[in-house]
Design a protein around this ligand. Sequence first.
Ligand code: SAH
Ligand code: SF4
Length: 402
Amino acid sequence: MHRLMTAAMPIPGHIDPVPVPRPQVATDDPRPDLLGLARPQIRDLLTEAGLDDRQAKLRAKQLWHQIYNRGARDFQDMSDIAKPQRAWFAERFRIGRPEVVTELVSTDGTRKWLLRTGDGHDFEMVFIPDADRGTLCVSSQVGCTLNCRFCHTGTMRLVRNLTAGEIVGQVMLARDSLGEWPSQPEGRMLSNIVMMGMGEPLYNFDNVRDALRIVMDGDGLGLSRRRITLSTSGVVPMMARAGEEIGVNLAVSLHAVTKEVRDEIVPLNRKYGIDELLEACAAYPGANNARRITFEYVMLKDKNDSDEDAHELVRLIRKYRLPAKVNLIPFNPWPGAAYECSSDERVRRFSEIVFEAGISAPVRRPRGRDIMAACGQLKSAAEKKSRAELDRIAAEKQAALV
Ligand code: SAH
Ligand code: SF4
């Protein structure tokens, strides 16, 4: 908890971080994990294991369908593959899933998972059901380098990037939990994905791209790119590539309209300023009136929530002619945070000003408060608990010695 400080203190941490991912430590299981591999990679593994080209191609297609369409976790369940062949696969490969540490279901239906990588790092995933859809909030990194001051994940150091398998594995796990296999085109609970969990997806570009390509694959998880949103805090140099190589909806964590305030709350702003960011938004491939860019705006009391801020937001969106909508997010407080949430009345007024200018500005309802569904909170609660447990054990030892 190095973040117990006042707003006037200098912002800790680097402002131009280049993540240096730690290599993933191998698990006890030496078999390569097929999850997260592209079709040609699976084919290559099969050829290396001794299949001829034709067989490798055929089997890769079958495996792909079984893994991503049927949700198979065990080769033994692959009924379209002959039994001896299933055993041959099982000896050589595995189909992973992130380990579930805890799964919580809120009174409002929100589900939250604390997950663990094979090398023992915890990260989070949240599912938010609504009347006509369900949105899965997926993590891209364990921790984050960017230190946004209102964000709890920002207080954790970056441990490492998640692999493509760990990213697509989150979606697979949610489907397991919701009982939504095989993949169906219509009527599923898990209908939308937002890359808004822990981490900055554009600092883990390749893995996020590879994972989302599997999610969008017609014979894979089969989600349309229109139902996937990638949220960035404003990594300007990667935004065009995200549009070209992934092609999903873009959300931008704007949160402030002046250099002074955005420099403070989103320190990446010192590197890529508001104008540069909005220019990159205007150039985002695929953005148009039917596919608007979402600007996320967390409502912080007396920080970014004045009428002037709302008017300036409208001016900026107009200046860059952005096909935009604004998502107003009530600040979700966490212990030691330097900010408070704006009052309901202030949020309502802010929203009205933006609406009156013809820009949609709904207020996002907080969900899953009883299970700490806000970004980064479950992980730290788990850590706190284990620390509390350690304290208790230490106290007991102490008592035994007396
Ligand atoms: N790193 C990316 C995506 C993950 S954060 C990004 O910053 O866009 C997803 C969203 O949750 C961001 O808009 C972020 O600003 C917001 N957020 C983080 N902490 C929050 C908090 N305590 N209360 C409300 N929103 C928060
Ligand atoms: Fe990282 Fe996003 Fe949190 Fe900023 S808001 S610290 S970029 S996860």
